[in-house]
Design a protein around this ligand. Structure first.
Ligand code: HEM
Length: 338
């Protein structure tokens, strides 16, 4: 099958910056990008979190109400020394006006927790500054669920820098995010100058068996956990990572399934590139995955996907109520006047 570009035809443009694509590159295994309908100009990616004793159960009716998300899933973080466990709903809209109406209607109830803390971390990037990659077209996750369809196998993957090549936008995207905290009564908002970079990077090992399952559980998952701990710990900010959570997806009854994802916010996409191409945990994961795919003749039952977005200040909304200090983007953001 001929290879396709990750960029949908209606978003292709004359490049401003050169691509990183190496001459003659042929990806060692297939991957795909999710394409929204041409009339979708922005998507909304909203993470709604409940902390400690707080729950997301009462969000159910709102999620199913008018103007609610086209897709959502629910996941949990583990408790850490410095932060309580969180339940997180990841919700997706392809109509940003519908999101605004929905948020106007449900914001007060959501951000008035009876106990524990609540937060929302949301962006509505232009589709020009959103890229996705998935190893399989069946059972999409995240923003790919609200896309119109997947591309054919894409050219732009399997080399460092391919994430940036998959972005439809070709201008510089690295205005560094400089957050500040605004406190109004019991609400805390984080507003930033510059663009923030989001990655949701997911793993589904429910289809793996035998050697591949052992490789995942013994060689890949422990390094992934280390990498996620590293980014969530004191060294994260020096790498440009503003916040990192590692989540396990749960089913409708709240039971964990064999799917996880890393949710992290970065100062720039360049920082994220540097970390993925140089940190020993991601290099170990990348190497073990490559070997496993080669051993299986180019196939993999481990399902990987990610979505990366770069959002300008007017496309961001970060708000916290009753959360412990250092939650999400509150970590490291200086407090400014109201
Ligand atoms: C089991 C977990 C993971 C595995 C096996 C894995 C493996 C990979 C592989 C194989 C690629 C190359 C994809 C391609 O171009 O074909 C890749 C790219 C990448 N990964 Fe991961 N990864 C994992 C988790 C993560 C996490 C949690 C993050 C988030 C911080 C992350 C960040 C990235 C980034 C940013 C790229 C793109 C680099 C670029 O193109 O410049 N990965 N990963």
């Amino acid at each position: 099958m001929p290879l396709d570009s990750a960029v949908p035809p209606h978003l292709r443009e004359a490049r401003v910056l050169e691509a990183a694509y190496p001459d003659g590159h042929h990806p060692p295994y297939p991957s795909f990008s999710a394409w929204a309908e041409p009339d979708v100009r922005q998507v909304v990616i909203a993470f709604l979190g409940a902390q400690g004793a707080g729950r997301t159960d009462d969000l159910g009716p709102a999620l199913r109400a008018a103007d609610g998300p086209r897709h959502y899933d629910r996941a949990v973080t583990a408790e850490r020394d410095d932060s309580p466990a969180e339940t997180v709903v990841a919700a997706y809209w392809t109509d940003s006006l519908a999101f605004e109406r929905w948020f106007d209607a449900h914001r007060e109830a959501w951000l008035s927790p009876a106990e524990g803390g609540r937060w929302i971390e949301a962006v509505r990037p232009s589709v020009r500054r959103l890229e996705t990659i998935a190893g399989a077209r069946s059972r999409p996750e995240g923003v790919a669920v609200v896309a119109e369809r997947f591309s054919d196998p894409i050219v732009e993957h399997g080399y460092w820098g391919s994430m940036r090549d998959r972005m439809p936008a070709t201008e510089p995207l690295d205005a560094p995010f400089a957050p500040s905290v605004i406190v109004v009564d019991d609400r805390v908002r984080v507003r930033g100058r510059g663009s923030v970079c989001l990655i949701r990077s997911g793993q589904d090992w429910s289809d793996t068996v035998d050697d591949e399952r052992r490789t995942y559980l013994d060689a890949i998952a422990p390094r992934l956990h280390e990498g996620m701990d590293h980014l969530a710990g004191p060294d994260g900010p020096a790498a440009g990572c503003l916040s990192n959570r590692f989540l396990t997806v749960v089913d409708d009854d709240g039971a964990p399934v064999e799917r996880t994802y890393g949710l992290s916010w970065w100062r720039t996409m360049a920082d994220l590139e540097r970390w993925s191409a140089s940190h020993r945990t991601h290099l170990a994961i990348f190497g073990a995955f490559g070997r496993a795919v080669r051993e299986q003749g180019g196939r993999s039952a481990l399902r990987l996907y990610h979505e990366v977005a770069v959002a300008a200040p007017h496309e961001q909304w970060f708000e916290y109520a009753g959360c412990v200090p250092g939650t999400g983007l509150l970590a490291g953001a200086p407090i400014s006047s109201r």
